[in-house]
Every structure is written in structure tokens, then in C-alpha cells.
Design a binder for this molecule. Structure first.
Ligand code: GCO
Length: 431
């Protein structure tokens, strides 16, 4: 594979999925702590109270990243560690933890890439309305400024929110994720207020000298069941709901017509705040999404159809490398010169075992698809493997294993897998 010498090779994680120590260091309660404590929500009754204990073991994990040879590490800052209630008083122990982590990364020559929100909303913010109310976006911007002031001299890239689409769809529309609401299309104000939070946070970070600010949106190419008009209309609706209503406002200051009836009053007044220019656009890619016209009695304007005929991961995700190329070229054709340089801020798969040949094949095939997208004119600057460590996979608990490093959840021992050694050789001394 031939990627530019300055191509960024990284790994990604998130606070709630790896840190543990949920009652240590002055951390407040998040919606995911509440969700895990609700019977029936998480497979096998798992929770993230310990997870990978990264909060206490991060020096070992930084040493693993140094051995891996990555040039960048994308982690998330837990809002409840910085402001336990989501606003007001700052928890110094929380800031100190990320200060020490960032210093250790810099010491190891690894660029810190900080996501400010990876779904762990402070519970009091959710109790006051969460992403369904404008106030949360405004409090989020204050939080962004606090963290930006403290870490901005060393963090190379900032991502205000991780995957507002997944937060909206699974957290507020379908209820599979925290906070567990089942609002269907009445969830779409949560998309808008996260987009607003994004824009306000970009400006807040820039006001304190942030180096580079972007996004990390989960995106899938939409595969209509057929070219029949009804299926194509369904595909247009789904594309609006899971892709374009997150990228259009951020990159062009508009919303797709299909979602406008579901947005909060006054949304148009927020578009200039949302569409602040970005230094990069992050794409988290996992698989294409099949879609067809809705069956009788379906209240939605589309019906999800499984993408069939491809190998499946242990997380039942189809392995479709060319889907990454397809989506990136569609992004380029939709936004042209309004599309900033792209980073693949997450790409990964769940397979078991230390000798994880299927994970090696997955990344080799997706990188080949990425190279093809780049040869077709998409400006991609980096690739972040999801994930460094096996970790807490939300409502599926610890069953799916996405890590380049195996974690024994009894002993917390870390064991590099074959894919770790493969990735290390691939990027060999790239930084
Ligand atoms: C996501 C989240 C990660 C997941 C990963 C595997 O993209 O859903 O950013 O937290 O763990 O994608 O599903």
C-alpha cells in the first residue's frame, strides 16, 4: 500500500468504553451509568464500572501505543469528569487526569486527538432535557472552552461530538442506547441541538487557540433494495436521516428538505453557528445500510433491509470494504470544495482470538478501498483503527471484541493480537 509519508496512522477509543473508575476522581454520573444500572438494557448485565481500567492503567496503554508506532491517538474526554453536573464547578481531578494522559502521549511522540463527547452525558443534563433542549448545547460550549483552555496547547486535533447520528437514532429514537428514549422522528431535535453544540464548541475551541477542529460522524452508503421509485424515495429519506442532516448543516449551512418538518422552531437561526468552517471532516465507517419502501403499517418512510451476501463480524456487521470507497466518493461529489480534508476517525471490526486473521484482512481490504477513493480524488489524511483495546461495546457489553489488543476482563491483562503486529509493521515507524 502506498500512502503519503505524512499520512496519519492512529487508533481510537472512548472514555466510557475503556476508562472504568466510574466513581473515582470526582467523576459525576453519566446517562450510560444509569443505563447500565437499568435491568435488561445491557447484554449479560454488564457495566463499565471497571471496563479496561484505563483510568488507572493508561501509562501501560500509552506504552502499547508507542510500541505500535501510531502517530496519533483519538480518545474522548468524559464530560462528567470535568463538570460532574454538566455545568458550573470544574472537577480539577478530572482535568488533571487528561492533562497527565496528554503529557504522556506527547512524551511518547503521539499526537493527542480529543473527542469532547462520546455519549456520556452528565445525568443532570439529561434530567434537564438532554439533547432535546437548546440549553445543553450552550452548556456544552462552556465545557468545550474549559477543556480547550486546559489542553489546547498540546491537543493536535479536536472533535466536539462523536456520531450525533448514533446518539440521536439509538439514544432518542429507538431506545437501544442511553438515555433509552423511543421518540422515532420526534427525536430529530436532538440531532439539531447536537449540530448546534458542535458549531458552538468549534467557536469556543477556536477562541482559546485550538489547533485543528473537525468532526467524527458515523456514515454509511445507502443501498436501495431496487431502482423502483418507492425504494429510491425510501433511500432518499434514510440518507437524509442518517447522513446528510449531520453533514449538510455542518458543511453547507442547510438541512435536507426531508427532515425540516421535524426540526425545532427557530432551527434556521442556528445554521450560521453550525456551519463554522472546519479543518477536517471525520468519517466513522463500518458498513453499508440497505433500505426499501416501508411495509404496510410502518410509521416510518423507509424500512431497513439487511445487507446480505457478505461475511459477518461477531457483531453481525457485514464486511463490505468497497462501501468505504462508495461513501467517500459520494461525500466528495455532494460537497465538492466545501469538503475539508477527511480523516477516517473510526474503522474496525469485532472478531475473537489473539490470532485474528479476519481483522487483518478487514483492515487490509478497507485500506485498499481507501487508497482507491484517494486515487479518485478524495483528500484523506488519516486512518484511525477502532480500537486499540477490546472494550465495552454499549448495549452488547463485552461480547464483541474490536481491539488490536486483547483485554482479559478478569485480570485486565493486555495481550497484543496478530493484528497489532500487522498494523505495527504496516505503519512501521511512520511517525
Ligand atoms: C460507534 C462508536 C464506537 C463503537 C464502535 C463499534 O461508532 O458506534 O463510535 O463507540 O464502539 O463503532 O461499534
Amino acid at each position: 500500500m502506498a500512502f503519503p509519508d505524512d499520512f496519519v496512522w492512529g487508533v481510537s477509543t472512548s472514555a466510557f468504553q475503556i476508562e472504568g473508575a466510574t466513581r473515582e476522581g470526582g467523576r459525576g454520573v453519566s446517562v450510560w451509568d444509569t443505563f447500565c444500572a437499568t435491568p435488561g438494557r445491557i447484554r449479560d448485565g454488564h457495566n463499565a464500572d471497571v471496563a479496561c481500567d484505563h483510568y488507572n492503567r493508561f501509562p501501560e496503554d500509552v506504552a502499547l501505543m508507542s510500541e505500535l508506532g501510531v502517530g496519533a491517538y483519538r480518545f474522548s474526554v468524559a464530560w462528567p469528569r470535568i463538570q460532574p453536573t454538566g455545568q458550573g464547578a470544574v472537577n480539577i481531578e478530572g482535568l488533571d487526569f487528561y492533562d497527565t494522559l496528554v503529557d504522556a502521549l506527547c512524551e511518547a511522540g503521539i499526537a493527542p486527538v480529543a473527542t469532547l463527547y462520546h455519549w456520556d452525558t452528565p445525568q443532570p443534563m439529561e434530567d434537564a432535557g438532554g439533547w432535546l433542549v437548546r440549553d445543553t448545547a450552550e452548556r456544552f460550549a462552556e465545557y468545550a472552552q474549559i477543556v480547550g483552555e486546559h489542553l489546547g496547547d498540546r491537543v493536535e486535533m479536536w472533535i466536539p461530538l462523536n456520531e450525533p447520528m448514533v446518539e440521536t437514532l439509538f439514544g432518542y429514537a429507538l431506545g437501544e442506547y442511553a438515555p433509552g428514549k423511543t421518540l422515532l422522528f420526534d427525536a430529530l431535535p436532538a440531532a439539531h441541538y447536537q449540530n448546534l453544540a458542535h458549531g458552538l464548541a468549534v467557536s469556543a475551541l477556536r477562541s482559546v487557540g485550538a489547533k485543528a477542529v473537525g468532526t467524527a460522524n458515523n456514515h454509511s452508503p445507502i443501498w436501495p433494495a431496487s431502482q423502483d421509485a418507492d425504494d429510491l424515495v425510501a433511500a432518499r429519506h434514510l440518507g437524509a436521516v442518517i447522513n446528510w442532516m449531520y453533514s449538510d448543516p455542518v458543511l453547507t449551512g442547510t438541512y435536507p428538505a426531508e427532515v425540516i418538518p421535524y426540526l425545532p422552531t427557530g432551527f434556521a437561526d442556528d445554521l450560521s453557528e453550525i456551519a463554522v468552517p472546519l479543518d477536517f471532516y471525520g468519517v466513522n465507517y463500518y458498513e453499508p445500510q440497505g433500505v426499501g419502501k416501508p411495509g404496510a403499517g410502518n410509521p416510518l418512510p423507509f424500512e431497513l433491509r439487511p445487507v446480505e451476501g457478505y461475511p459477518l463480524t461477531t457483531n453481525d456487521s457485514p464486511v463490505v470494504p468497497d462501501g468505504l470507497r462508495q461513501f467517500l466518493t459520494s461525500l466528495k461529489s455532494r460537497y465538492g470544495d466545501k469538503l475539508p480534508p477527511v480523516h477516517i476517525t473510526e474503522s474496525g471490526c469485532s472478531f475473537d482470538g489473539i490470532h485474528d486473521r479476519q481483522r487483518i484482512e478487514y483492515h487490509a481490504e478497507h485500506l485498499a478501498a481507501l487508497e482507491k477513493a484517494m486515487s479518485e480524488g478524495v483528500d484523506v489524511r488519516g486512518y484511525f483503527v477502532w480500537s486499540l483495546l477490546d472494550n465495552f461495546e454499549w448495549s452488547k457489553g463485552y461480547q464483541p471484541r474490536f481491539g488490536l489488543v486483547h483485554v482479559d476482563y478478569e485480570t485486565l491483562a493486555r495481550t497484543p493480537k496478530d493484528s497489532f503486529h500487522w498494523y505495527r509493521a504496516l505503519i512501521g515507524g511512520a511517525r
